[in-house]
Design a protein around this ligand. Structure first.
Ligand SMILES: C[S@@+](CC[C@H](N)C(=O)[O-])C[C@H]1O[C@@H](n2cnc3c(N)ncnc32)[C@H](O)[C@@H]1O
Length: 455
């Protein structure tokens, strides 16, 4: 009944004078209007504004600022000209220190909601030395503007495919930016046929002066591929294409065809060398990933007798760092190209106690444990959707002594930790990282250990 009353209490188009009382997990200001929670993008805590209601859901509404009347001390001018239009950054209007305080607070609230033991430590967030120009990769939508006969690039607005056209992104390096501008000029020179190219994926090595570009195109003709292979920029060592007919949704086709160069970039982390192919995952901020891996090593407390599983291992970065401390390490990853990279990386670094399996963790882990595998430690580093329940259940049933959880999504982290706590695990330490400055995202490494269920 209360919900029905709330719905009636507020309607689209209505205006209110509000003060934001806190931020939600997306970085939107939160205010209460006629008893209903309203989320207002780009309004900071304590700021007064006139707002207009833009949508009303069952339990909350959304609004937009009509006029902001005060400015928080945490406010800064966003340097990006399309901030607010582009869906990539949510909190560029917030001073960097305030961003990190907000992110750390979100992890502390998870610890409170889970009711962690008093001896569980939530460490202060490790912030980024470079709050801008930190990304080593970008997926840039591009389109052919038939009126102006040129290819333009930009980013999609949040939850839409409307493009915010821009030549610059403050999260990537200036060299990456100039390669993208050059790529658009090159595509323009092809003429209307360039309309088939809908994305450019660009990666840059943080430790080697090289870039790799992938054109995502709806046109799979050899002739067109040869045309795209003519692209040249000073740092670009590899040019590849992937054929994906749909310009929206997943950008990768079934294969990635290397047209020029070796087909991979080299990176250095934790004193090891890694090759990374176009389709393989790499943490977006190389220096921060390096620091995060050191924390994982510390939390995992691996000894020379231990068998360790690195679940969701990508190109084997963590696997090969763990290998130096363990008897045996097993990496599992579903992307075939990443597993090939991981095996190459083991050879490149002369590591002989690491093995890799190309499989889904939720399918591989239960079978491996059932066949007698008994790891001492599992490191889970899943995508945003968190650990698949079948994988978590298999680890729980085997009472793996230590589980280290590397999370990029606080919501699924909280969900999965609740399951582990119920099953007899205890959280020892949570270490948040700001891997993604200017965005809502927060990374966190959590050490857990098995103590058993007390009845
Ligand atoms: C967050 S990344 C972590 C990669 C690696 N630990 C690193 O730091 O570079 C998650 C990885 O899991 C892989 N992945 C996603 N779902 C998977 C699944 N169900 N089974 C196995 N791997 C999966 C992705 O391809 C990606 O490489």
């Amino acid at each position: 009944m209360a919900d029905v009353d709330q719905q009636k209490a507020i309607s689209v188009g209505e205006e209110f004078d509000v003060t934001a009382i806190r931020l939600n997990d997306n970085g939107d200001g939160v205010a209460i209007c006629n008893g209903m929670t309203v989320f207002i993008p780009f309004l900071l805590v304590g700021e007064d504004a006139r707002i207009r209601i833009t949508s009303v859901e069952k339990r909350f509404a959304r609004g937009q600022v009509v006029e902001r009347r005060t400015a928080s001390l945490d406010r800064q001018d966003a340097p990006c000209p399309v901030f607010g239009e582009c869906g990539g950054c949510q909190v560029q209007h917030m001073l960097y220190e305030a961003q990190t305080i907000w992110k750390e607070g979100r992890i502390r609230r998870i610890a409170e909601r889970l009711g962690l033991d008093a001896d569980a430590v939530v460490r202060p967030i490790i912030g980024s030395h470079t709050p801008f120009r930190y990304r080593n990769q970008v997926q840039m939508p591009v389109r052919y503007n038939a009126d102006e006969k040129r290819v333009e690039m930009g980013f999609f607005a949040a939850e839409t495919h409307a493009m915010a056209v821009t030549d610059s992104c403050h999260l990537i390096s200036e060299t990456m930016q100039s390669t993208l501008v050059r790529a658009c000029r090159f595509l323009t020179s092809i003429g209307p046929a360039a309309a088939d190219v809908h994305h450019i994926v660009l990666r840059e090595s943080a430790t080697h002066a090289e870039q790799m570009i992938v054109f995502c195109t709806a046109n799979g003709d050899d002739e067109f591929a040869r045309t795209l292979a003519r692209f040249h920029a000073p740092s670009v060592k590899t040019v590849a294409i992937t054929v994906q007919p749909r310009p929206t949704g997943p950008i990768w086709g079934r294969t990635v065809n290397v047209q020029k160069g070796d087909g991979y970039l080299m990176e250095r982390m934790g004193g090891r060398r890694f090759r990374v192919s176009p389709r393989s995952f790499l943490q977006v901020q190389t220096g921060m990933a390096d620091r995060m891996y050191q924390v994982v090593l510390q939390q995992a407390q691996v000894s020379s007798e231990d068998v360790v599983i690195d679940a969701y291992c990508g190109i084997g970065t963590l696997t090969l760092l763990l290998a130096s401390h363990a008897r045996r390490v097993v990496g599992v990853e579903e992307i075939a190209q990443a597993i090939e990279d991981a095996r190459e990386n083991a050879e490149l670094n002369r590591i002989e106690n690491a093995e890799f399996h190309g499989a889904r963790v939720e399918e591989w882990l239960p079978k491996w444990i059932e066949s007698g595998g008994q790891p001492d430690v599992i490191v889970f580093d899943p995508p945003r959707k968190g650990i698949d329940r079948a994988a978590l259940d298999a680890a729980i049933a085997a009472h793996i002594p230590r589980i280290v959880y590397v999370s990029c999504n606080p919501a699924t982290l909280q969900r999965d930790l609740a399951i582990l706590l119920d099953a007899g695990y205890r959280v020892k330490e949570m270490q948040p990282f700001d891997m993604f400055p200017q965005t809502e995202h927060v990374e966190c490494v959590v050490a857990t250990h098995y103590v058993g269920v007390t009845t």
